[in-house]
Design a protein around this ligand. Structure first.
Ligand SMILES: [Zn+2]
Length: 310
């Protein structure tokens, strides 16, 4: 028996499940835990190994039957001596632009190195890239060679594919769409320290900071017909839609699959407004590009790590 570990690391929680290749897409023995943030900077990697062991115990199998680990993790990544380490501001307390209240002084969290000591095969990818791979395997981007997956959630990120090749970049960080420049006419300060990044204007956290209410409350008021809320939603979609336009014309894309909690919970409201930002603008390039909801819906995250070991 051979099982594969599907590991999804987020800023607030880690989820681990196992997959038996003969049982298709089924994810077994789900384990969830708050992301480790204390101790040495290998604490997160050790947490992942412990959670895989717990999943094996739940299934009544020996931990050593798991030798493949797919890991979807938030960037940015840096390459250390053992491979990919996380330099994620909401995990590592010593990073500029990070949360000063974090209970650690990590500059990075080691990940790939410790995991390679436990598993025979390890693949770590940025969560946007991993989700793109899942959408290309099983979702809305199957057989599409020029495409992107964009998540609109607490933050904003994406995975990009051109000519059938998923773009990774020099350290696996390609697709940090949330940290691209949108406007300097704003006080919006991004988690990375920049002013006017996409994420600082439309990310779920930023919506709360800018407008004093959660994205879901704002969207609900807009759906109910509140004129002021509709105006704010129009403005959010103008900014987000232009970012989608940017990647469409930069890469000559055929299709963009959209996910993330802000988008998925409000897609009837948001999708037509985002499409409006592409239609009629440089139609030679945008006419041939579709915006569609993620085919895997809110399960993109679950399958992202599986796509890395599939
Ligand atoms: Zn930024």
């Amino acid at each position: 028996m051979t099982l594969r570990a599907c590991i999804d690391i987020g800023g607030t929680k880690v989820s681990v499940s196992l997959n038996d290749p003969v049982r298709g897409l089924e994810l077994l023995a789900h384990q969830y835990a708050p992301t480790a943030r204390t101790g040495d900077n290998d604490a997160l990697a050790r947490q992942v190994v412990t959670m895989v062991d717990a999943a094996c115990a739940q299934l009544g199998v020996e931990p050593m039957v798991v030798q493949d680990a797919g890991v979807a993790a938030p960037g940015p990544f840096v390459l250390g001596p053992g491979g990919i380490e996380l330099a994620t501001p909401n995990i590592c307390g010593a990073l500029a632009g990070g949360d000063a209240r974090l209970p650690n002084d990590w500059r990075t969290a080691t990940l790939e190195g410790p995991l390679r000591r436990r598993f025979a095969r390890v693949r770590v990818e940025n969560d946007g890239i991993a989700a793109l791979e899942a959408e290309r395997h099983w979702g809305a981007l199957q057989d599409i060679d020029h495409c992107a997956y964009v998540t609109w959630s607490t933050g904003v990120g994406c995975g990009l594919c051109v000519g059938g090749v998923v773009l990774r970049g020099k350290q696996g960080n390609a697709g940090h769409l949330g940290h691209t420049f949108v406007s300097d006419d704003t006080q919006a300060v991004c988690g990375c320290g920049n002013v006017g990044d996409l994420e600082s204007l439309v990310g779920g956290n930023s919506i709360h900071k800018r407008f004093g209410e959660s994205a879901s409350t704002l969207m609900a008021r807009a759906v109910a017909g509140d004129a002021k809320a509709l105006q704010l939603v129009d403005e959010l979609c103008r900014v987000m839609g232009r970012a989608l336009y940017d990647i469409t014309v930069l890469l000559d894309l055929q299709r963009i699959s959209l996910g993330g909690s802000v988008f998925l919970h409000n897609q009837e409201l948001l999708l037509p407004r985002l499409v409006d930002q592409l239609r009629g603008r440089l139609p030679a390039m945008t006419d041939g590009c579709e915006l569609v909801p993620a085919g895997l819906g809110d399960r993109v995250g679950d399958y992202a790590a599986l796509a890395l070991v599939g």
